[in-house]
Design a protein around this ligand. Structure first.
Ligand code: GLN
Length: 450
């Protein structure tokens, strides 16, 4: 097959399915040109990503291609450069097919916060794909692209991967460059791959991981070949199952599939023990304070002067106010207000500082678990994909979707969601959580479920 064939197949599939799914916000008009050039040069490459169609979440900047963060604020924003991850994928020969729908500025768990259109779950279009990387997960599940990139601040790669039955990896904080990722909460954000298979996922991480001079939080670590871990067996491995992850809120059908997955791990020679990580019960509150605080600061750059939308106004103050009032959706405003309040003098110690202390406590608790266990397992999310509209009026229920994914971001460790069976016809995700920079172990374990 030629690169042109692959790109054509991807566009045909989008044409046939995306009216129903809504995964794409922008298509790359140059994709065929690029494919043709690659075919003409007959450049041969053994890079497994060579010629592969890829979708990119719309909060990752792409040179000359509209990058909206699914916000009317950036509806017409065309970046002047590529994010490091995009540059690395292009160097490997991947072809960007387009930009993927998401919750506005990555705030949400259902993709209903997109300013343009919701994304629908390919398994059942009356249901959400999860969020905020809903477009990234749905496009892979629907076969529109083979690979996609998402971002994960509190679960936004793993929860949609679980709801759409695909593989989603949130790497260790600092492993993948954030240069060119529009910041939501800088101390939590990570870019990661969503794919059909664990092997594809490992190839994609191989390509995007590694130090980047343009990101001051980028780690200086050796990047292993993640595919090397895939065929190692699980004999003798020790897993921890936190009782807090199997508590009341977990739907019976999800629990059943996770228990089956645990039996599978045992049958492969691993041992599993129930542990308690008491501090995870504070994770949700700490996260929504910290993430909102960082967001209120990061989103201050959207002032109507420097990027995107500028409202009609008479004075400079009015430019700021009207641009933000018209450009941001309700959820984004809610976070900015919450964050600004939590950071204001007089409240800082009670909220932001307290939440940072919880974060330290959680780091210590997880470190203790990893002294004894190779990895932590549990559900990715408490339920399967819910119906569109079902949680829209209730932000707190919506926030609770991330109860099992958020601790991972607060601690900064990696986690993968891998499909682990169906409950009433809908995919269930098994989450495997590892120690810092131990993505190889996660791929090794996840591969056992294929
Ligand atoms: N659902 C969470 C939130 O709304 C996580 C978002 C994310 O990971 N980007 O903040």
């Amino acid at each position: 097959v030629t690169v042109t064939d692959l790109v054509k197949e991807s566009f045909d599939r989008i044409e046939a399915t995306d009216d129903k799914i809504g995964a794409f916000l922008t298509l790359n008009e140059d994709a065929f040109e690029q494919a043709k050039r690659m075919d003409e040069l007959a450049k041969t490459s053994d890079d497994p990503l060579f010629g592969m169609p890829i979708g990119v979440k719309d909060n990752i900047v792409t040179k000359g291609m509209r990058t909206t963060c699914a916000s009317t604020f950036l509806e017409n924003f065309v970046p002047a450069h590529d994010a490091t991850v995009v540059e690395r994928l292009h160097d490997a020969g991947a072809v960007t097919i387009g930009k993927l729908n998401m919750d506005e500025f990555a705030m949400g768990s259902s993709n209903e916060n997109s300013a343009f259109k919701p994304v629908r779950n390919p398994w059942d279009p009356t249901r959400v794909p999860g969020g905020s990387s809903g477009g990234s997960a749905a496009s892979v599940a629907a076969g529109q692209v083979l690979f996609s990139l998402g971002s994960d601040t509190g679960g936004s790669i793993r929860q949609p991967a679980a709801y759409c039955g695909v593989v989603g990896m949130k790497p260790t904080y600092g492993l993948v460059s954030r240069f060119g990722l529009v910041a939501f909460a800088s101390s939590l954000d990570q870019i990661g791959p969503l794919t059909r298979t664990v092997e594809d996922n490992a190839y994609l991480l191989n390509t995007i991981a590694g130090h980047c001079d343009m990101d001051s939080t980028s780690a200086e670590v050796e990047v292993p070949d993640y595919t090397a871990a895939l065929n190692q067996d699980l004999t003798g491995m020790k897993f921890a199952l936190p009782e807090e992850f199997m508590a009341e809120g977990v739907a019976p059908g999800v629990r059943e599939q996770i228990e089956k997955a645990i039996e599978t791990l045992k049958s492969l020679g691993a041992t599993i023990e129930t542990v308690s990580i008491p501090s995870v019960k504070y994770a949700l509150s700490a996260y929504y304070l910290l993430a909102s605080s960082e967001a209120s600061s990061n989103l201050a750059r959207f002032d109507g002067i420097r990027y995107g939308r500028r409202a009609e106004a008479d004075t400079l103050d009015e430019v700021f106010t009207y641009s933000r009032e018209q450009g941001f959706g309700d959820e984004v405003k809610r976070r900015i207000m919450l964050g600004t309040y939590a950071l204001s003098s007089g409240y800082y110690d009670a909220f932001y500082k307290k939440a940072q202390q919880v974060r330290t406590l959680m780091k210590q608790d997880f470190a203790k678990v990893f002294e004894e266990y190779d990895a932590i397992v549990g559900p990715t999310a408490p339920t399967t994909a819910f119906k569109l509209g079902e949680q829209l009026d209730d932000p707190l229920t919506m926030y609770a979707n991330d109860i099992m994914t958020i601790p991972v971001n607060l601690v900064g460790i990696p986690a993968i969601s891998v499909p682990a069976g169906l409950s009433e016809g809908l995919p269930v995700g098994l989450q495997i959580i590892g120690n810092y920079f131990d993505e190889s172990t996660l791929y090794r374990v996840a591969h056992a479920f294929e």
